[in-house]
Design a protein around this ligand. Structure first.
Ligand SMILES: C[C@](O)(CO)[C@H](O)COP(=O)(O)OP(=O)(O)OC[C@H]1O[C@@H](n2ccc(N)nc2=O)[C@H](O)[C@@H]1O
Ligand SMILES: Nc1ncnc2c1ncn2[C@@H]1O[C@H](COP(=O)(O)OP(=O)(O)OP(=O)(O)O)[C@@H](O)[C@H]1O
Length: 303
């Protein structure tokens, strides 16, 4: 049955790396194996995808009115991960990328929140619905891994698995037990600069920390709670501060306000875990006052 003219609307969630361990690359200049507990949060980009047979690919990107840290969306559409996901899906399906994509963004760019990856995963999930059965499941997850390390988790989250232990180069996504008690709540702080992921991994190589990642420890931590997961640390936190010294000053200002702040991914976004939504809102207010930066409260996604 043709799906031409049909539209799919879905949400593309940001992720938090509750902890992030990084191993050495197999060869100099290669990518780094990671182990991370990733959780989707209710900071989302909205995607609409409409199939229009014969009309080609188009992409419109704007910031939602509620976006806390909008920056120029100035890279060419052809380089956007959403666009590249549409082309990759169509090539795999043996069809043309005849889809009109409209993105209303809220996830800050270059913030370690995986916004571009979430958009790409959203496009894969949407096109899978608009061209049902055209790409097999294993091929779809392969496309996700080819687009970036955070895309397989984002695809799993959109399809109902919003908390996972992620290994390899992001392609090994395994369910993680949901910590007991309340759900995930946090305040996010958005520095006025991004952290270029490649430079942060290069800084990691210049001073790699000792220690090995252990999936068993990660599972035990998940059974203990959200804070136990975060206590496993982020191996890119120091490298991110080396690349952007101002990030250390943000962490120091938050510590001075009594807030236990951590970096997600390769930075620059900082998060403070909270017990519930009211505490997260309070932490966001205090974080904003201590740093002068935009700060928002978030919860696990979907709520
Ligand atoms: C830091 C994380 O967000 C953790 O979830 C991800 O590992 C980032 O992965 P990503 O978004 O796929 O990163 P990209 O923006 O595609 O990669 C930028 C650059 O970071 C380095 N890179 C990235 C991922 C990885 N596992 N090892 C790397 O060494 C590579 O030099 C790469 O060219
Ligand atoms: N749809 C997109 N949304 C945001 N950035 C995109 C997108 N497509 C391509 N990019 C490019 O990727 C860069 C960073 O993307 P993104 O916001 O996903 O980084 P990030 O959150 O730091 O990701 P990560 O956690 O994977 O390091 C942008 O500055 C931009 O050049």
């Amino acid at each position: 049955m043709s799906k031409a003219g049909e539209a799919v609307v879905l949400r593309c969630p940001a992720k938090l790396n509750l902890f992030l361990h990084v191993g050495p690359p197999a060869e100099a200049g290669g990518r780094h194996p990671v182990l991370s507990a990733m959780a989707a949060i209710d900071l989302v980009d909205d995607l609409e995808a409409e199939r229009r047979d014969g009309a080609g690919l188009s992409l419109a990107r704007t910031w939602a009115a509620s976006a806390a840290a909008p920056t120029p969306l100035d890279w060419p559409a052809e380089r956007d991960l959403a666009w590249r996901a549409a082309e990759a899906f169509a090539a795999e399906a043996g069809t043309r990328p005849d889809v009109r994509l409209t993105l209303s963004k809220r996830i800050p760019c270059g913030g370690g929140l995986g916004g571009g990856s979430a958009d790409a995963a959203g496009v894969l999930a949407a096109m899978d619905r608009l061209w049902p059965g055209a790409v097999e499941e294993a091929a779809l997850t392969g496309l996700a891994a080819g687009l970036g390390s955070d895309v397989p988790f984002a695809l799993a989250a959109i399809r109902g698995r919003p908390l996972a232990l992620v290994g390899g180069f992001g392609e090994a996504v395994q369910p993680l037990p949901r910590p007991p008690g309340a759900g995930l709540h946090a305040a996010l702080v958005f520095p006025a600069f991004g952290c270029p992921t490649g430079s942060v991994f290069a800084a990691f190589d210049a001073a790699p920390p000792a220690g090995r990642s252990d999936p068993g420890k990660a599972r035990a931590a998940a059974e203990a709670g959200w804070r136990a997961l975060a206590a496993l640390g982020n191996a890119l936190a120091e490298p991110a501060c080396a690349v952007r010294p101002a990030l250390r000053r943000v962490l120091e200002a938050l510590a001075g306000a009594g807030l236990d702040a951590r970096i997600t991914g390769s930075g620059s976004t900082v998060f403070v875990l909270a017990e519930d939504a009211a505490q997260a809102a309070d932490a966001a207010r205090r974080a904003g006052a201590a740093t002068g930066l935009p700060a928002v409260a978030v919860s696990g996604w979907p709520r």
